[in-house]
Structure formats: C-alpha cells, structure tokens
Design a protein around this ligand. Structure first.
Ligand code: HGY
Ligand code: MN
Ligand code: MN
Length: 424
C-alpha cells in the first residue's frame, strides 16, 4: 500500500458539500434531476475540479460524463469508477454524488502524485440513474452497455412533455467543445462507491460494505382507460371510472403481491389521473410499479401475476401493463470483492459482505466487465429523503478503500478478463 496519502479527505468532503448546494431544497435535501439545469451546473463544477488535476472531460450520445486520467497504454481497456449526479426530487446529498466525488478524489490523488497508471482511468457520472424525471432509470449505463436503444431513450418524455432527446441536445449544447466518445466504448473493470441506503452497516457497526450483488428488480407502467363524464349527472351504473378501477387494482396488488414474503418490496410510487378535475369522472390513469426481490424465481413468479391481477380488476375499464425494467439479481466479481475486503482490512475498517437492496448502474456494467461496489453506512439507513446523511469519516473511509483498489487495478498490466488474476 502506498505511503503517500490515498486521498485528501477534507477536500473530498468540502467538494461534496459544494455539490450539494446545486439543487438544494428548503429542507436541506437535493433536487437535481436528470438533464436538468441543476445537473448541467453540477457537470460544470465537477469538470472544473477534474481539469485542475489534468483529467480530460468527454461525453457520449447518452449524456454520460467521463473524466479521463490518461494511462501509459491508451489501447488497454480502461478502469472505470463512478456513480451518478442526478437525484430524486426529494433526494439527499449523498445518493450518487458520494460515489462520483469519491472516485474523482481517488483519481485526482493519483494524478497529483504524478503517477501514470498503466491504463486510462475514467471517472464516470451516468445519465439518469434515478428514473424520476424520465422513466426508466439507468438510461445512461444501459445505453453504454447496449441494453437500451438510444431511439427509445430519446423518445421518453417527462411530466411536462419534454423528451430525453430534447434534454440531451440541450445538455450537449451547454458543452459545445466537449469531445464525444463512441457509445459503449470499452471498459476493463468498474468500481462504484455508494451509501448503503439501508440500515445493515450501521446496525453492525461496519464502515465498509463489500457488496455481493444487487437484488432483482422489475418495473412496470400500467395504463387504465375509462371514460370521462359529469360527476353530477352520469349514473354510477353508466360509469367507466379509471380511478375507481385503479383503486381496486392497487388494493389487490398490495394484498396479493406486497405480502408474498418478508423480502418482497412492492411500490406504487407514481400516479397520473386525467383529466384530474374534481367534477369529472376520471377517464385515464397511469401508475408505476416497482417490484424487487433477491430470489429471481420469486421475483419472476410475482411479476407474472401482475398483468392478470390488473386485468381482473379492470372492467368496465381497459388496462395495459408494460414492462419497463426486468433486471435479475446479480453477483459482483469475486476477485474485485476480495480486493475491496483486503483494502478494508489493510486500513482496519470493519467490513461485511452485503447484498444491495437498492439498484445501481454497476448492475449493468457487471454484464460487460468485472464490476464491484463499496458501501458506506447512512444514518438510520435513510435515503431518497432530504435528511439523508452519512458521516465525513465514513465518506473518507470508503474513498480510501476505493483509492487502494484503484491503485491495485490501475497500475497493473494484467487483464481483468473473467477468471484471470487482477491487481497486484
Ligand atoms: O431505486 C433505486 O434503487 C436507486 O436508488 N435509484
Ligand atoms: Mn444511487
Ligand atoms: Mn437513488
């Protein structure tokens, strides 16, 4: 392990707090949604810090941000590390941002010590991880790995009717001189630091989570079609009330799917009602379903019941169920996990293996290269809330573990190909 400081912890925390000012909410959270003015402002600030250390910015058609420290052999598959800069509308200071800033701090610390890695090392901020403004989430990493087509991504629209395509064009116009990388350029390995967004590390008094994998997730969009009518004159027996049908579906879904077992996570988080007028019988309702489980067979069986259940409660309305995301539980690369555990041990941070209950871009990178995640605790396990918090010492510890693994991987000429040796 290098005798030089792995990171500058004070600078990391100061920059994280500076980033949290962009999109700050009255309650002290962050609302910095994908491709918004806030995210553009965050790009400017992060790019400024990266340039100071000699990293070069670039982007791609999907609006991912890449900050590259050039290596000796530019032809070698690069090491990628990062997370996302977009947030939920009532998000916190650390979800995503902690991972991008810890990655930047680890790479800047290498650059400042005039060490030239064997291969390019690239800090990444993935576009639209959260899926709050534009559904589904993780558009940037899925475009990068070839799992989601750019035409489909550009066609998605937010609640105001703005398309991802229009927002991407606006982002790229804000950085007219920034080079574009081909979509899906190579990746040798990927690392992501993230707050746990759950209570397990804090309860076990562990500083570092060695993430074994991410639980499976399916998301759906459900549209219920009825007919408008006058609330005062249309007889109940004549009505095709889309909101009443939704209420039957929601009750049935929570009763049948939400109670399947102790590990199922079932959420209806978004509901649109049209025409959404107090004296008009609702003619159209669309709502989201977010379904998660660590066991793929349970998840698949639960997901398969949703269409039939909605159909049962639909009449006299019509219902359409569309699958947006179908992501099975995965396992991260055991060699990278071993490097993370070793780094935590070397630096004497209490660590434990942990399955991620929250989704992350690393799920997609793991399909194209060895990938792994480092978790740090968050207070009361709370996230996707404005009072999300983690301690400066935990951010620094996670960044130090990331920095040590980065150095193991960035300076080796070994391939990271599956099965081979990495690091050292
Ligand atoms: O929803 C998730 O799991 C992630 O935090 N966006
Ligand atoms: Mn996140
Ligand atoms: Mn999130």
């Amino acid at each position: 392990m290098t005798s030089k400081p792995l990171i500058n912890a004070d600078r990391l925390w100061a920059r994280l707090m500076s980033l949290a000012e962009i999109g700050v909410t009255p309650a002290g959270g962050v609302n910095r949604q994908a491709l918004s003015d806030g995210e553009i402002a965050a790009w400017r600030r992060v790019i400024g810090w990266a340039r100071e250390a000699g990293l070069t910015p670039s982007t791609d058609a999907a609006g991912n941000l890449f900050l590259t420290l050039a290596g000796r052999d530019r032809a070698m598959a690069p090491l990628l590390l990062g997370s996302h800069l977009d947030s939920q509308p009532t998000g916190g200071k650390f979800d995503g941002a902690a991972g991008v800033m810890a990655a930047l701090e680890a790479v800047v610390s290498v650059a400042e010590q005039d060490e030239k890695p064997a291969r390019d090392v690239i800090v990444v901020a993935w576009m639209n991880e959260e899926g709050s403004r534009f559904a589904p989430g993780m558009m940037g990493s899925e475009a990068f790995t070839g799992e989601r087509d750019m035409d489909a991504i550009r066609a998605a629209r937010d609640a105001d009717g703005v398309s991802v395509g229009e927002a991407l064009d606006r982002l790229h116009q804000a950085f007219p001189d920034m080079p574009h990388r081909p979509l899906g350029s190579s990746a040798g390995a990927y690392l992501e630091l993230h707050i746990e967004q759950g209570p397990l590390l804090e309860a076990a008094a562990c500083t570092i989570g060695v993430v074994t994998g991410i639980q499976g997730k399916k998301t759906f969009q459900v549209v219920v079609e009825g007919a408008e009518g006058h609330a005062g004159t249309l007889a109940q027996s004549e009505r095709r009330d889309a909101l009443a049908a939704f209420a039957r579906m929601a009750t049935g879904l929570h009763a049948e799917i939400g109670t399947l077992d102790a590990d199922i996570k079932f959420t209806i988080g978004r509901l649109f009602v049209e025409p959404n007028a107090p004296s008009v019988v609702p003619s159209r309702v669309s709502f989201s379903i977010d379904l998660r489980h660590p066991d793929n067979s349970v998840l698949d069986a639960a997901g398969a019941r949703i269409t039939a259940l909605c159909g049962r409660h639909a009449p006299p309305c019509l219902v359409t169920v569309t699958t947006l995301v179908d992501a099975p539980s995965n396992a991260f690369d055991p060699r990278l996990r071993e490097l993370i555990a070793q780094a935590a041990g070397d630096q004497e941070f209490p660590a434990m293996d942990i399955l991620s209950a929250a989704g992350h871009d690393a799920r997609h990178l793991a399909k194209i290269c060895p990938a792994a995640m480092i978790f740090i605790p968050c207070r009361d396990g709370a996230s996707h809330v404005e009072h999300e918090w983690t301690e400066p010492a935990d951010v620094a510890a996670g960044a130090c573990v990331l920095a040590q693994v980065l150095r193991e991987l960035a300076f080796t000429t070994r391939s990271f190909a599956a099965g081979g040796e990495v690091g050292g």
